[in-house]
Ligand binder design. Sequence first.
Ligand SMILES: *Cc1c(COP(=O)(O)O)cnc(C)c1O
Length: 364
Amino acid sequence: MKVPFLDLSRPHRELRSEILAAFAETYDAGRFCLGADVTAFEAEFAAASGATSAVGVANGTAALHAVARALNLGPGDDVIVPAFTFIASAWTASYVGAKPVFCDVDPVTFNATAETIAAAITPQTKAIVVVHLFGQAADMDPILALGRERDLPVIEDCAQAHLATYHGRPVGTMGVAGTFSFYPTKNLGGVGEGGAVISQDEGLLDQVRLLRVHGSNVRYQHDAIGYNYRMEGLQAAALRVKLKHLERYTAGRRKIAARYRDGITLADTILPQPAPWGDSVYHQFTLLHPRREALREHLAAHDIGTDLIYPRALHQQPCYADVGPAEGALPVAEKTARNCLSLPIFPELTDAEIDHVITTINAF
Ligand SMILES: *Cc1c(COP(=O)(O)O)cnc(C)c1O
């Protein structure tokens, strides 16, 4: 039996007629860049995310960049970023000329903590980026307390954490702003690029709205140096269809995670555990194993797709060689990058496929 790491053709086949019908409407009305579909999606996504409003943008990276600009981060500023995450979290700092200061992560949640963040604060620190990695909310209360104490805004990168909660509070609503990605592989994925910003601060959202259309609210008057970060109408139309299924998709991911946790008994394996403040939405199910390359080859030999997410911590990336810190300084992030292995966890996996993954791992 062949088990792909990810198979997007399954949900897309299932929703084909519904999404194409939505496309036809948007196409016939010519609502291509922003417009009524985007406005409707923004309202529906805000409601689903526990926010009062959302601003749709071109992608999740644009969302982070626009928030960094709205917070006036720039050259001379340090921005704390977890060392174990997708590179775009660090672009939040780099795109505006600020410096990402990488902090270590927790060995259980793989997320930054108040302690690891506090250890990275410098006199130049102006903001904290928290990532709810793999769908697991970070331990926010101590981080928010630290942010208040040091007067540092906390940006929540929720690109992997749609519908995740922390003690019942939705991710993205606790810090100054939350950013989302709708890249096709994310828990809520479009059929192309997309992103959004949520915030309780309408002034900040107005800034994002300004920046996404060339810094202009009045035709050919440009109040800020902005971008073309508009969300596409066709993407919003597809996302409105997919959003209706997101709770079901999330429940599906959680069920698979529980089955992996119950079924995998391989020695020396560390499996993701639900945090006391709320279970993950399992964008990834990432285990740690000291011989992950051999385990990966064993799974590949049995036709099971896996991925290394992520094989390098950010301070180990060539583009940040001059930023540091040196190898060894962030031991948990480095060890996680060495030992992590992500298993298939998309909602359409069949019971037989899940069993094949479990049996094959246990036979290693
Ligand atoms: C995907 C992702 C992003 C960037 O989103 P794009 O839509 O691909 O630009 C940012 N941060 C994290 C943690 C991500 O996983």
